[in-house]
Design a protein around this ligand. Structure first.
Ligand code: PEP
Ligand code: MN
Length: 347
């Protein structure tokens, strides 16, 4: 309370807090009185208090998110992505593939190559949230079928994006992990639907989203009953246009200290520049990322989306070779699928 607040003004705040269903604990001090609100369940409408006469400042001591926090659950959450691979444990998991599924030959070819190089999951959009309505929007349901075929052939788990609530059920039929993209991080109907999908969700940080907003978006998924959530740092908008985005590496250890959910890095969208992807992938592993998601294309100059940041398959092989020893330096290792292709038996 303001140091000039009257006893009546203090009492009014106490009464309002009680009215709202919480405990009020006035703490008179030499200069001013502080009033504690006890029992905050995350639903406190703080504007009701901020406007009362004599109120100086509202200081939040508890976080607005609950179930995603380390206070709610201290042990790391392990997310099983369907083919026996787990994200969030000691192993660093690599997801790789093109930005978009473009055709049968393209996706089967790149799936086999990233698998042989050491990826555990295949990425590729069938539904693409493109900035321009005139850009390639993805193959749609056909793309999902092709991803499923690539999974049959390789044993890779499939990670692919859902762009609208109505599309979640179809994506969930084909995907092992449903991706929610940066542009949709705050699409609350989509989050709620994905929270009820029964599939793990890969939630990407919005391009201007704060860490609290990212955690609150994840809270939507958990509050709908889905604890299998993987967070992804994919770069934020910055003032500098040399790179597409600014990969916020600090967010990785920071978010991991706030939440039990696994955190992976996307240095492809995080830089937008092909030859910066591998250095930033190495750095992401070094700061403790639980996984990487990397765009790789059989022929990047011909890619229908994100060609400039897509690695050539040979570059991806090198990325894997270089990230392995970095993982080992911090007592981790890169996840590997069993050698035998096609006989994985999980599908
Ligand atoms: C993608 O993964 O291809 C994508 C569209 O990423 P983001 O949502 O992070 O831009
Ligand atoms: Mn992309």
């Amino acid at each position: 309370m303001d140091h000039r607040a009257t006893p009546e003004e203090i009492q009014r705040v106490v009464d309002t807090i009680s009215d709202m269903g919480y405990g009020a604990k006035p703490m008179p001090g030499r200069q001013r009185t502080a009033i504690g609100l006890v029992g905050n369940d995350g639903r406190v409408e703080s504007a009701r208090l901020a406007g009362l006469p004599g109120v100086r400042e509202l200081i939040k001591v508890s976080q607005p998110y609950k179930q995603v926090s380390r206070e709610w659950r201290d042990e790391d959450t392990l997310v099983d992505i369907g083919n026996g691979v787990v994200i969030g444990g000691r192993e660093v998991v690599v997801i790789a593939g093109p930005c978009a599924v473009e055709g049968r030959e393209q996706i089967l070819d790149i799936a086999a190559r990233v698998r042989d190089a050491g990826a555990s999951a295949l990425r590729g959009g069938a539904f693409k949230p493109r900035t321009s309505p005139y850009s390639f929007q993805g193959l749609g349901p056909k793309g999902l079928e092709l991803l499923a075929e690539a999974r049959e052939e390789t044993g890779l788990a499939v990670v692919t994006e859902a762009v609208e609530p109505e599309g979640v059920a179809l994506v969930a039929e084909y995907a092992d992990v449903i991706q929610i993209g940066a542009r949709n991080m705050q699409n609350y109907p989509l989050l709620k639907r994905a929270g009820r999908s029964g599939r793990p969700v890969l939630l990407k940080r919005g391009m201007s989203a704060t860490i609290t907003e990212l955690l609150l978006a994840a809270e939507y998924l958990l509050s709908e009953g889905n604890p299998h959530v993987i967070l992804c740092e994919r770069g934020v908008r910055s003032f500098d246009t040399r790179t597409r985005n600014l990969l916020d590496l600090t967010a990785i250890p920071l978010v991991k200290s706030l939440t039990h959910l696994p955190v992976i890095a996307d240095p492809s969208h995080g830089t937008g520049v092909r030859d910066k992807v591998t250095p930033m992938a190495r750095a992401a592993v070094a700061v403790g990322a639980d996984g990487l998601i990397i765009e790789v294309h059989p022929n990047p100059p011909e890619a229908l989306s994100d060609g400039a940041q897509s690695l050539y398959p040979e570059q991806f092989e090198r990325l894997i070779r270089q990230c392995g020893p970095i993982a080992e330096a911090i007592d981790r290792s890169l996840a590997r699928l069993p050698e035998t292709v096609g006989s994985a038996g999980h599908f």
